[in-house]
Design a binder for this molecule. Sequence first.
Ligand code: GLU
Ligand code: MG
Length: 471
Amino acid sequence: MSTAAARSTPTSTAADRRPPRAERAAQARLAVDRLRTSAVDAVAVGWVDNAGLARVKAVPVSGLEHAAAWGIGAAPCFDVFLVDDSITESPRTGGPVGDLRLYPDLDRLVPLAAQPGWAWAPADRYTQEGTAHPGCQRLFAHRMESAARERGLTLLAGIEVEWVAALAGPPDEEPRYPTHGPAYGLQRLTDLSDYLRDVLRALEQQGLTVLQIHPEYAPGQFEVSVAAEGPVAAADTAVLVRHTVRAVSARHGLRASFAPAVEPGGGLGNGAHLHLSLWRDGRNLGHGGPGPHGLTGEAEAFLAGVLTALPELLALGTPSPAGYLRLVPSRWAGAYQCWGLENREAALRLVTGSDGEQAQAANAEIKCFDATANPYLVVGAVIAAGLAGIDRELRLPPETAADPARLAQDTVRRLPADLAEAIAAYEKSVLLRDALGEPLYEAVLAVRRAEQELFAGRSDEELIAATRWRY
Ligand code: GLU
Ligand code: MG
């Protein structure tokens, strides 16, 4: 298949986004001056692995210049870590040998408001020879963002963060809730007033624009959403928001679970919905066009590409076996491969915005993903699927304007009902193999298969217990 993603791949592994070493060192010296005035002692340099866990190496502020110039060592086998910290292998990755360099992106460096003395920066991973590590998920997302930009397209993205707040406790303990207020209940805001204010304050102190924070449906559940930005920036922000919620929780004697299933019994879980809009020359392509609800041809084709690829995208966006306990009908999780205006049961929910703000606000929400996903893989793969939709001039199928669970089931398509089905779709995906490049594609596949095997035969309760406090 000839896709934009495929076209962008061949040169991509050698691409070096970094400025020259001397410039990086100079930028770090300026950053160090700023950090010292903010009383920062250490910098956490993080990345997200293929199991969706945020991993970290940290350096004292005095070591930041060296880290920016020469990178921080990290083993390549991190690419095949599983959620329980066991390590699998892929055809190209695994074993104890080798080294990579983590380069902090100093443009995203920020003092952490809820961890006095600490700052955070996301890392890009390079080889010791200075070429892009082909398994680096963040560089993959950058490549896809660039592939869109090369066609004159820019994207704005935002990832909603849902979490369950529980009293701190041991890892084998079921959640004990700090509030028993009703879903969306003002009572929850009263019970956890200081906590939620501190979350809000910390996010804003870190330069994020919070759009909304509210109690969600499930026991102890909350959600925060932040302003849309470029796709890689949005993935960085998702990592930072979760980290911040975790840190504020700890300061309040709480802990946060971002796991898709927190309670056995099939209640609502935590999703990580991705909002996206597509722009050309400053114009939102989701508005004012001749397509459904004002979509332009390009936006419709992009969304049709995403909708078509959802089964294989689930292997990246809903990558844990536990995610399929959440991704069921009638849970607002988007378990059906369909689209609809403001339809919360469709995997692809179209949002036009209110009269007067539509040119800014029109966007699409991919609902079926959760926070076990590596957000860089998600934004990168969604862009690849959308660009392929444009290449193939796809059109959206007819709209689903009702709850798909209530329609004749031979007229609507369920998304994969378990990880095995999503893996099967991923294994057949030329789109994702081309876009990710073989090493990253294989490492992801190895992690999916190994987690599938790890939890095979476990009851829902056991699966939830094993993953609840990991994400
Ligand atoms: N918590 C739901 C999910 O699992 C989403 C609720 C909502 O629509 O915000 O995705
Ligand atoms: Mg929500």
